[in-house]
Write a protein that binds this ligand. Sequence first.
Ligand code: AMP
Ligand code: MG
Length: 330
Amino acid sequence: MIVPVDSAAPEPEILARAAEVLRRGGLVAFPTETVYGLGAHAMDPAAVAGIYAAKGRPGYNPLIVHTADAEGARALAAAWPQAAARLAEAFWPGPLTLVVPKRAGVPDAVTAGLPSVALRVPAHPVAHALLRTAGLPVAAPSANRSTEVSPTTARHVERGLGDRVDLILDGGPCPVGIESTVVSLVSAVPTLLRPGSVSVDELRRVVGEVALPAAEPGGEAARPSPGMMDRHYAPRAPLRMLPRDGRAEALRRAAEAGGRVGALLLAPVDDARLGPVIRMPADPAGYAARLYAALHEMDEAGVDAILVDPVPDGGAWAGIRDRLRRAVTG
Ligand code: AMP
Ligand code: MG
């Protein structure tokens, strides 16, 4: 069930109720600044198993554990390298996840059997207040069925997961809109595992060298971390990127081919046969905040195909390029 919560000043009685659900091993969906999370008591393997079951998530794909502050995160780590301390200081609370060696008590169910754990301190007032009230580490992947588009509103969560969730806290749309940047600190050089709104340039300003994953599209061998190369973030209809050259021609051909063709565009198009057409913001923060909602709108409209304008090069767009690449069919 969906319960509205004041995202500026979350109501203590609602937080207490949600915390109780978590303590008892239930599932609570809640807003974070990135996307809505599907939370469970991270130290309770049965509760964590509930996340995998509700999402249909493969067991090899580890979860991110959320805590109210850096101290709480550090308590789950077996080592806290200086780079972790620096990045936590610079970016927490916020949309950055740090992978560090895990402490023995962290269940294998959370880390998919890995010796490391992914940790984040979210900035969203509802996420933060819930973590404080519960006083627990909360494992929380995005609150969607595995491989579907991540939710940025409570309605998206309800449509995707329905009564598989005990409680959905509705704190409005998520301001960042794409999942956190993930950095591994397990080896000597910090390594980017997933691009996000915290850019590599920003990370480098804090810790110097940051290694990038070997290959961009990559195969199994280039997989930077488990779960990373799966088809992900994908709407129901096939999604294709438009070419930079010959865009108008590609749009015209798609319209002539028939069916309902939706589009996420950065520049206008004048073709009444296309629709729905969503004009996307031209800045990376605005684009990210709109992206998943736009893909959900395409799902709801029941389009047969989705065409997307290519987004600019450059570090600020890296997280968006990554999500679009993984939403592309084939
Ligand atoms: P999600 O919860 O869907 O945002 O995905 C979290 C992602 O973080 C996973 O799919 C992994 O790719 C990555 N991750 C989580 N834990 C670890 C870990 N211990 N080592 C490496 N990557 C991890
Ligand atoms: Mg996810």
